[in-house]
Design a binder for this molecule. Structure first.
Ligand SMILES: Cc1cc2nc3c(=O)[nH]c(=O)nc-3n(C[C@H](O)[C@H](O)[C@H](O)COP(=O)(O)OP(=O)(O)OC[C@H]3O[C@@H](n4cnc5c(N)ncnc54)[C@H](O)[C@@H]3O)c2cc1C
Length: 497
């Protein structure tokens, strides 16, 4: 039986979301636009929203649109560059931009508080990588979303694009770069808070901070009972729909829910660090996100990049991430998280995934051994004149990569995965990447899988088309539509074209 999510049930809330990060807040914002009478309870174990992966300093803030990230254009078995993933990610990000533009027009968001336009640049400096980049550029530039991509091997031009990276290089060294001016830096923490403030002000969301969900059980009345604990008490709440937007904590909660769909999963934590520079003399000389190629065996999320960031409105530079290894599933979690997640159902798939990804484990161990000087040395390949004293180390957010039981054994997955119960009363989000940038598309998938009856009504369909004009349309094959959408989002969100 498909769960109907009838509003106004016996429970005080129509839905409970665990975790106050970008995912829960995006789902709440979408649901409010579709069903303004909805009452949602969001429970957060920390003292404020967006203190884990969604906090600006805990992620790279890249509006992932495949403008500059090499991992979205892998080489296929036939030796050619496959651009399909790049087109898909680009469209997903466009959906986020459309939603933010609509909320801006409705006066519910102010883009200047979370979004900065910033060129996205791919940079390479070896003969082989220049060949790869040229091929990537040629293939992407032939498609409509990437038609404004620029190419340069000219040092004078590159000096204007990325002076810190070009200055101090061997004059004989060959370099090349592509640039998309319509890139973004996003403070996902500020966006989370903006969503939540609006939703709390209009009465759609109640946010309970410093409150941890410690258990989840399905009752026999088609609802979920959650056990909560705060400083003063332990108590229960009930709701017909439950979203596990707990970031790295979602796997553990999914296992507690007991739904069979959760049995296929395990998680593998990867921690991270950045080098950060706040010296305005240096930060003023760089205005881009510059992605390089990752080292052999490195996971896609470890692609080195030198980024301009705006955190709490302050401009800084960030380089990394340097991957690390610890056993926490949340930055503010416990070292026991990983061990508690292992059970008889996922032990063997985890072991198989570990054996298959031995090079990744070796890479992570190598990264753990890097001291400050070694990290500065790695930055030197990007920024030859770097001075160690200008950079400090900051701890990034924790990622929990998914290990999934498949017919081929345990497989390590780098993306995100929506897991839902068969009756649609529970949804969980596992994995990290491309994450926050594509939160709107991911949450539309949650709605499609868990609120399918409502999603097929004219009311929801029409509202979704107002909010996201490209909803269910293939904008990449419709030139006029793509241009119209770009014009609107560029104008409302003040993006560079
Ligand atoms: C190093 C790094 C770099 C990244 N770079 C980018 C990037 O450039 N662009 C991009 O789009 N994405 C990026 N991401 C991914 C992005 O940050 C995440 O996908 C996104 O923030 C996840 O949001 P979330 O709401 O699911 O989780 P979170 O923001 O982690 O929020 C989960 C919340 O749940 C709470 N919680 C957990 N367990 C419980 C419990 N039992 N009870 C109550 N509350 C609980 C936590 O305290 C937390 O506040 C990056 C991630 C990392 C780690």
């Amino acid at each position: 039986m498909v769960f109907s999510h009838s509003l106004g049930s016996e429970s005080q809330f129509d839905a409970v979301f665990i975790g106050a990060g970008i995912m829960s807040s995006t789902l709440a914002a979408l649901l409010y636009e579709l069903e303004p009478e909805i009452r949602i309870l969001i429970i957060e174990r920390l003292e404020a929203p967006a203190l884990e992966s969604s906090a600006a300093i805990n992620n790279s803030g890249t509006g992932h649109a495949a403008n500059c990230e090499f991992n979205y254009t892998p080489i296929s078995c036939d030796g050619n560059i496959n651009i399909q993933k790049a087109l898909d990610i680009n469209h997903s990000f466009e959906i986020s931009l459309e939603f933010w533009a609509s909320l801006t027009e409705l006066d519910r968001l102010s883009p200047s508080s979370f979004l900065h336009t910033l060129p996205h640049i791919s940079f390479v400096y070896s003969e082989e990588d220049i060949g790869f980049l040229r091929e990537r550029y040629t293939r992407l530039r032939a498609t409509r979303p990437f038609k404004s991509m620029e190419w340069s091997e000219d040092k004078d031009e590159l000096q204007e694009w990325i002076p810190l990276i070009i200055n101090g290089r061997n004059p004989n060294e060959k370099v090349a770069a592509t640039r998309m001016k319509r890139g973004t830096d996003i403070d996902f923490g500020a966006l989370t808070s903006s969503y939540l403030n609006t939703l709390m002000n209009n009465g759609a969301v109640e946010l309970r901070l410093s409150t941890e969900v410690i258990d989840i059980k399905k009752t026999n009345k088609d609802s979920w009972r959650l056990s909560l604990v705060n400083e003063k008490e332990t108590y229960c709440v009930q709701a017909p729909f439950l979203f596990l937007g707990a970031g790295g904590g979602a796997l553990n909660l999914l296992q507690k829910s007991g739904i069979p769909e959760g049995n296929s999963y395990g998680g593998f934590p990867v921690s991270g660090q950045w080098l950060v520079c706040n010296d305005s003399g240096i930060t003023q000389q760089h205005n881009a996100k510059v992605y390089g190629k990752s080292a052999l065996g490195a996971p896609p999320m470890s692609v080195p990049h030198l980024d301009t960031r705006w955190v709490d409105g302050e401009k800084s530079l960030l380089f990394g991430p340097f991957a690390g290894a610890n056993t926490k599933f949340l930055k503010n979690g416990s070292s026991m998280d990983f061990f508690r997640s292992i059970n008889p159902l996922n032990f063997s798939p985890m072991l198989q995934a570990g054996i298959k990804n031995f090079d990744l484990i070796m890479y992570l161990l190598g990264q753990v051994r890097l001291d400050h000087d070694a990290k500065i040395h790695s930055l030197k390949t990007f920024f030859p004149d770097v001075k160690s004293k200008d950079w400090t180390l900051a701890v990034a957010g924790q990622r929990v990569q998914i290990v999934k039981k498949t017919s081929q054994g345990g497989v390590l997955k780098m993306g995100t995965e929506v897991v839902t119960s068969s009756d649609g009363s529970l949804a969980a989000l596992l994995g990290a990447s491309p994450g926050a940038s594509t939160a709107v598309s991911i949450m539309l998938e949650v709605l499609q899988r868990c609120w399918s009856e409502k999603m097929s009504t004219d009311g929801w369909q029409n509202r979704l088309r107002q909010l996201i004009p490209s909803f269910r349309l293939d904008i990449n094959s419709d030139k006029a539509l793509l241009e119209k959408i770009h014009q609107r989002t560029n104008s409302v969100l003040r993006l560079s074209s």
